[in-house]
Design a protein around this ligand. Structure first.
Ligand code: FAD
Ligand code: GLY
Length: 375
């Protein structure tokens, strides 16, 4: 007799794995299918910043959900350590968003205004105060927005911790199984066709990152999503150069443990290529050296690239399929999928349980799509 699952998840990135964890915690029998390895794609390429305030430049639903997700990390760290044995390496030493011109300073001061008005911690540091805090910074520098609450994690470990914790709570996680298509009738899906056979379930979650578009086309749901490649590199320094994450308009530098600095990231739209180019790397290196001159003498460690899932309006798709009532979608997290993973997983579990979801969720609904849908 074949097994039937409560929820079948397509995609073993951070959002699929977070959903597997929260669904398993709420007692669901979960099957997660990943065509490569867990965290094989964007979720291991990320820098791991929890940049609710550094990345979101205006007030609105994205800011709301980002703050809510960021606030989940401290307790999640101990919860995941307990359920999975994996430390997600949460660091809460703040970020400096650097202004190199007066125009940038004006823009950052506007961001500061709305964030302070909404009760978030943030303040303006002039050049002298920035250099007192981070003496190794150099180049053009007018001042910086000081954001104490934005931290970072190890994104690959976060994804594995969610997957392992879900498994320990009873989920079945299968790597190297590709979902090809769905078996469905007019109103619902009842099974997935995969590289190792058919699996049936009561509900389905498409969390396949930048590759969700093809799967959703199978489900008569054309989404205006496209890939945006990001390249990064890391170096090891002899001594610590910075304490806070440094974020400029052309690169960011994230201080990880072991004197490792992660530098990212390029933005190359409309490609699924994960190659690192000389052009991408050299521009990042030059921008990082302007911001932090001593990085020039650091030992190069490695470079990599990943594919961000962009939706066009920079808001994720998080909600139910407009027609197929047992299909949920969690994709399009673009530059903030690591930050948003806890709340994504939690809301997916709440939606499966039919619980009330926050008002801001209407902004992420699939109903905002303009193209007419066919049954
Ligand atoms: P993915 O991690 O891409 O996972 C999707 C998975 O689905 C993949 O493993 C894929 O193999 C699988 N899949 C696809 N099709 C199928 C199929 N048919 N069958 C089975 N499996 C399938 N975000 C932050 O919050 N902070 C950061 O600092 C940050 N930095 C970034 C830096 C870079 C260079 C990049 C590229 C991204 C960064 N991001 C960051 C964004 C973040 O990485 C993504 O938003 C997030 O990882 C997306 O996760 P996901 O689970 O939706 O997709
Ligand atoms: N959030 C950082 C990036 O996407 O590069």
């Amino acid at each position: 007799m074949s097994t039937s699952y409560d929820v079948i998840i397509v995609g073993g990135g951070v959002n699929g794995c977070a959903s597997a964890y929260y669904l398993s915690k709420s007692g669901k029998k979960v099957l997660l299918l990943e065509r490569e390895r867990i965290a094989a794609k964007a979720s291991s390429a990320a820098a791991g910043m929890l940049g609710a305030q550094v990345e979101v430049t205006e007030e609105g639903p994205l800011f709301e959900i980002a703050k809510e997700s960021r606030a989940m990390f401290p307790s999640l760290q101990s919860e995941l350590k307990e359920f999975s044995g994996i430390d997600i390496e949460l660091v809460q030493k703040g970020m400096l968003k650097i202004a190199r011109t007066e125009k940038e300073a004006q823009h950052l001061k506007q961001m500061l205004e709305f964030q302070q008005r909404l009760g978030e911690k943030a303040s303006w540091l002039d050049k002298e105060a920035v250099l007192k805090r981070e003496p190794a910074l150099g180049g053009e520098l007018v001042g910086a927005m000081d954001i104490p609450m934005d931290g970072h994690v190890n994104p690959e470990k976060l994804t594995h911790a969610f997957a392992k914790a879900a498994t320990n709570l009873g989920a079945v996680v299968k790597e190297y199984v590709e979902v090809y298509s769905f078996q469905r009738d007019k109103d619902s899906v009842f099974a997935v066709e995969t590289s190792e056979g058919t699996y049936s379930g009561a509900s389905f979650l498409v969390a396949a990152g930048a590759w969700s578009k093809r799967l959703l086309a199978e489900l008569a749901l054309p989404i205006p999503a496209y890939p945006v490649k990001g390249e990064c590199f890391s170096v090891i320094t002899e001594r610590p150069l910075i304490t806070s994450t440094i974020f400029t308009d052309s690169c960011y530098i994230v201080p990880k443990s072991g004197n490792r600095l992660v530098v990212g990231a390029t933005m190359v739209p409309h490609t699924f290529s994960e190659h690192v180019t000389i052009g991408g790397l050299s521009s990042l290196m030059s921008e990082a050296t302007k911001a932090l001159p001593a990085i020039a003498t650091a030992n190069f460690e490695r470079s990599w690239a990943g594919i961000r899932p962009q939706t066009g309006d920079e808001l994720p798709f998080l909600g139910g399929h407009p027609i197929l009532k047992n299909v949920l979608i969690a994709t399009g997290h673009y530059r903030n999928g690591i930050l948003l993973a806890p709340i994504t997983g939690k809301l997916v579990a709440d939606m499966v349980d039919g619980l009330r979801i926050p008002i801001y969720m209407s902004a992420f609904s699939l109903n905002r799509l303009k193209e007419p849908l066919k049954r």
